[in-house]
Write a protein that binds this ligand. Structure first.
Ligand SMILES: *Cc1c(COP(=O)(O)O)cnc(C)c1O
Length: 366
């Protein structure tokens, strides 16, 4: 069986260093908000290219804290609208509605699966306050057109960088392209912890302060509470592990790109659409997506031939029960992607022969 993602094998690659890092924390007697957080936050901010990185409990919280901070700062208020791609993972949208803000869904492009920037202006109302771009599947969703729209209307530009650690636009990392970004270190992400973890990056000093406070009971000074916050801190153990894995991120991303290139060049089955890549710096292949009208048959055929695949994602957000009010809306491109998408095995530890095997199996599919 070729696994979709072999986390055990990924961990083995750095096992010795990770054990050392974990032992260091265990022996230190200090498990929250200590040296490991401080040093990972500094390293991650430097890696992304922002002044601040603030660790928190997970990627969903990172996005929630950005919007919460803007509400606390009086920059956004109940009922304000945030433009977001219709085909994103549910977390991007939950972070908006969690804060009493209204998500406004915009269709993606069928070529890149990223938000179609030609459809954004039609979605703007007098309540619009921000655009949340999502670097879905690991591909940069930022465009100069989106940036210009944000400048013209004075919107905040927020990035969901959960799937795109290491991705670049004209030499700048995603996560540093807008006003703030949320990052996830869920174990399966390109930079993954051994449990839940996340971070916010920004250049905005005030925003960084408020984010740090709301994720720590609303406190900036011990036992003094400025906001009604929550407990959403990053553990020292996770920070120590992430510090080790961050050093190898670029190396891992380079391997993913090599595998993606090989898949794209060698999958020749006319029933399969592989990703269209215009800029290899701007895609880190968190997920290697293919599309086909025969998805159910292909997924079963691959499983029968020992290849595990996953669908990202089977049901679009506007068809979910939690957003009942959207269930009658129609987003044809989003729905098409959800009907046709299939994700092939992809990781920095995949054996070359497994990649070749998968390609041969796919090319024989009819
Ligand atoms: C994983 C993910 C999140 C949420 O991250 P968690 O750490 O699982 O909370 C947010 N947005 C996108 C696009 C994701 O893939």
């Amino acid at each position: 069986m070729i696994k979709f993602l072999d986390l055990q094998k990924i961990t083995q690659k750095y096992a010795e260093e990770i054990h050392k890092a974990v032992d260091r924390v265990v022996d230190s007697g200090w498990y929250l908000q200590g040296k490991e957080n401080e040093s990972f936050e500094a390293d991650y901010a430097q890696y992304i290219g922002t002044k601040y990185a603030i660790g928190c409990a997970n990627g969903l919280d990172a996005l929630i804290w950005i919007f919460r901070a803007y509400v606390e700062m009086g920059i956004m208020k109940l009922g304000d609208e945030v433009i977001v791609p219709a085909n994103t993972y549910i977390a991007s949208i939950l972070a908006i509605s969690e804060n009493g803000l209204k998500p406004v869904l915009v269709e993606p492009s069928i070529e890149t699966y990223q938000m179609d920037d030609s459809k954004i202006e039609a979605a703007i109302t007098k309540h619009t306050k921000a655009i949340l771009i999502v670097h879905l599947y690991g591909q940069c969703a930022y465009t100069e057109k989106i940036d210009n729209i944000c400048k013209k209307y004075e919107f905040k530009l927020i990035e969901d960088n959960a799937q795109a650690h290491g991705c670049k636009f004209n030499g700048r990392k995603t996560g540093s392209l807008g006003d703030a970004a949320g990052h996830s270190f869920y174990p399966g992400k390109n930079l993954g912890a051994f449990g839940d973890a996340g971070a916010v990056t920004t250049d905005d000093e005030e925003l960084a302060k408020v984010v740090r406070a709301v994720a720590n009971y609303g406190s900036q000074k011990k036992y003094v509470f400025k906001y009604c916050g929550r407990n959403s801190r990053l553990d020292e153990i996770q920070a120590a592990i992430l510090g080790v894995k961050l050093k190898y991120l670029d190396e891992d991303v380079a391997i993913r790109k090599k595998i993606a290139k090989y898949y794209i060049e060698h999958i020749t089955n006319p029933d399969i659409i592989t990703p269209i890549v215009k800029d290899w710096d701007a895609h880190v292949f968190h997920i290697f997506t293919i599309r086909t009208k025969k998805r159910a048959e292909l997924q079963k055929y691959l499983a029968d031939n020992g290849v595990q695949t996953i669908i990202h994602y089977p049901i679009p957000p506007h068809k979910q029960e939690c957003y009942k009010e959207w269930n009658t809306l129609s987003f044809p491109i989003t729905e098409q992607i959800h009907d046709e998408e299939l994700s092939l095995p992809m990781s920095s530890v995949m054996a070359e022969e497994d990649v070749k095997k998968i390609i041969n199996i796919i090319n024989r599919f009819e």
